[in-house]
Design a protein around this ligand. Structure first.
Ligand code: AMP
Ligand code: ZN
Length: 116
């Protein structure tokens, strides 16, 4: 845990956050400023600054994030309509919280012109 990291504090329940999913290694909660009707943050409990800082031993974290993403897409009902998965990497990539997390974004209203 990095004591000045907001997501470490949320993961360790030292800051408020309602988890939609939790296991030994990950938590999922809603983004506080949603960019779409469904906007979840999938967060490993281990403090890793960004994708740039991954080590070989972190492979299971990356695969775990994608498995949980597929599961959460089903649970939130966006799996069939579609969604985006996004890692922002470092400041130029739009990262503002320097604790690795995967955005799951979807649930836009259906618009004319796209078929199921
Ligand atoms: P990033 O730009 O990839 O670092 O994304 C960080 C995300 O964390 C942003 O979309 C913020 O809206 C979100 N965020 C910041 N503080 C909180 C919080 N306390 N609870 C939930 N989401 C947060
Ligand atoms: Zn952290």
């Amino acid at each position: 845990m990095s004591s000045n990291c907001l997501f470490c504090q949320i993961v360790n329940k030292k800051a408020s956050g309602e988890f939609l999913y939790e296991d030994n290694d990950f938590v999922v909660f809603k983004d506080i400023h949603p960019a779409a009707p469904v906007h979840l943050l999938l967060v490993p409990k281990k403090h890793i600054r960004s994708i740039n800082d991954l080590k070989k031993e972190d492979e299971a974290i990356i695969s775990g994030l994608f498995m949980i993403a597929a599961d959460m897409a089903k649970k939130t009902g966006v799996n069939e309509s579609g969604y985006k998965l996004l890692f922002n990497v470092e400041k130029g990539g739009g990262q503002v919280i320097f604790h690795l997390h995967l955005h799951l974004i979807g649930g836009w209203p259906r618009i004319d012109g796209w078929k199921k």
